[in-house]
Design a protein around this ligand. Structure first.
Ligand SMILES: [Zn+2]
Length: 422
């Protein structure tokens, strides 16, 4: 819920935050010239002049405006230092280009073994309920400065690289994760774990990282937020005039008969997903059930977020049952991704959260979602995100047969025994 900030000043009560929520990002460029000097020195190119540094700053702010177009967010240069835990004003975000980091091999390193490009002090702030600063480590961008390039290209490429990482880190601070980069509405699950090959489509998205193919070439190019990221930002506090409300868990949900119906909100035109919902609750150690009404030709994405962003987390399992309430169609324990795609049986795991990606729905009706834990008795808080793409084409006959075979095999095999690793 939006907060109205009142400041008592003399005899006046001044509302500092209007009823129309808006996020102001305070971009801190203290010591920016020093950090750029370190990058140019490391790259072996001439230092940027004051005028060139000002141009890079202006480019960064302009590119961030473009990255977040359609959202109520302003980017301004901060007057001074921005603290890590609190922005200038409640609801604002900090974005700092002035710090240094020698930490290597983090998820946001340019290549494994090189220092971090950025970090977000807020972690994954799903729904944007907190305020804080994100950092872009300007001095570590020397690999984007090529000696042989024209000066204009050097300025353009470092501007693009810095703004790309800024959008990525701020994205974390607004609730986005690396795996969101694979959330492309036009792709459909091709296996019973709700996974697909992504044909490198994730690379153009801000939340992709080095390990999923976001190389220098893509950091220097025009990028976007993925369809899934754009859905999540519709729930983030302050980013739109009317963020979509979160649905609380209700009822006992202990059996299919007591499944909690999930009501979907329509998404604005221009987004590839058409309907969405986020349920917020606490998993008490026994399976919970939800129902959802879907149409033939829909695809539905189901994501369970717990370990990703909550301190009281648990190792979840998600299952989708057919309209009969008993035939298991899709099941995922740990969401997986690598450069090829998601939930493909890779040994690389993201978290113990669960994600069923764009499941094809072949007949209209009421489907059932089971939320379970991978370890008996495990308990914790969660968010369950649903995103439906109603515009999906029905899978081709060959693909359908494979899916039916996979689903049948899974139904016969029934429940998987425990989780793999944790
Ligand atoms: Zn990241």
């Amino acid at each position: 819920m939006r907060q109205l900030i009142i400041l008592f000043s003399g005899f006046l009560l001044l509302p500092l935050s209007s009823l129309h929520a808006q996020i102001n990002v305070q971009a801190e460029f203290q010591f920016f010239q020093d950090r750029l000097d370190e990058a140019t020195t490391a790259a072996g190119v001439a230092a940027f002049s004051v005028a060139e540094t000002d141009q890079i700053k202006a480019n960064i702010l302009n590119r961030l405006d473009t990255a977040f177009s359609g959202f109520d967010i302003n980017f301004n240069e901060a007057a001074g230092i921005v603290a890590v835990t609190s922005a200038v004003r409640a609801g604002d975000e900090g974005l700092r280009f002035s710090l240094t980091s020698s930490t290597v091999s983090g998820p946001d390193s340019p290549i494994p073994g090189l220092p971090l490009l950025g970090t977000s002090a807020q972690g994954i702030d799903f729904l944007n309920r907190n305020t804080g600063a994100s950092d872009v480590f300007t001095a570590n961008f020397s690999s984007l400065l090529d000696v042989g390039d024209a000066r204009a290209d050097q300025i353009a490429e470092i501007s693009a690289g810095l703004s790309s990482t800024a959008a990525h880190e701020l994205g974390h601070g607004l609730g986005l994760q690396h795996r969101d980069s694979f959330g492309i509405a036009s792709l459909q699950a091709t296996n019973s774990q709700g996974g697909y090959q992504s044909a490198l489509g994730q690379r153009v998205h801000y939340l992709a990282n080095t390990f999923t193919g976001r190389t220098e070439e893509f950091r220097e190019s025009a990028s976007t937020f993925s369809d899934l990221s754009k859905v999540k930002l519709q729930f983030a506090q302050g980013l739109t005039a009317n963020p979509i409300a979160v649905t609380p868990e209700s009822g006992n949900q202990m059996t299919i008969a007591d499944a909690q119906p999930i009501g979907l909100s329509a998404l604005s035109t221009g987004l590839e997903y058409d309907q969405t919902a986020v349920v917020e609750g606490t998993f008490a150690g026994l399976a919970e059930y939800f129902s959802i009404d879907l149409q033939a030709g829909d695809t539905v994405l189901l994501e369970l977020l717990s370990e990703a962003h909550l301190t009281n987390s648990f190792d979840s399992v998600l299952r989708l049952f057919d309209t009969d309430g008993s035939t298991l169609l899709f099941e995922n324990d740990n969401v997986q991704f690598n450069i090829d795609g998601v939930n493909l049986g890779s040994t690389i795991e993201d978290t113990t959260d669960s994600l069923l990606w764009n499941l094809p729905i072949t007949q209209s009706g009421r489907y059932f979602i089971e939320l379970d834990s991978a370890v008996a008795g495990d308990q914790g808080d969660y968010h369950l995100l649903v995103a439906v793409n109603q515009a999906a084409a029905v899978p081709e006959p060959g693909g359908m047969l494979v899916l039916i075979a996979a689903s049948t095999a899974l139904a016969i095999r029934r429940r998987r025994a425990g989780k793999q690793t944790c």
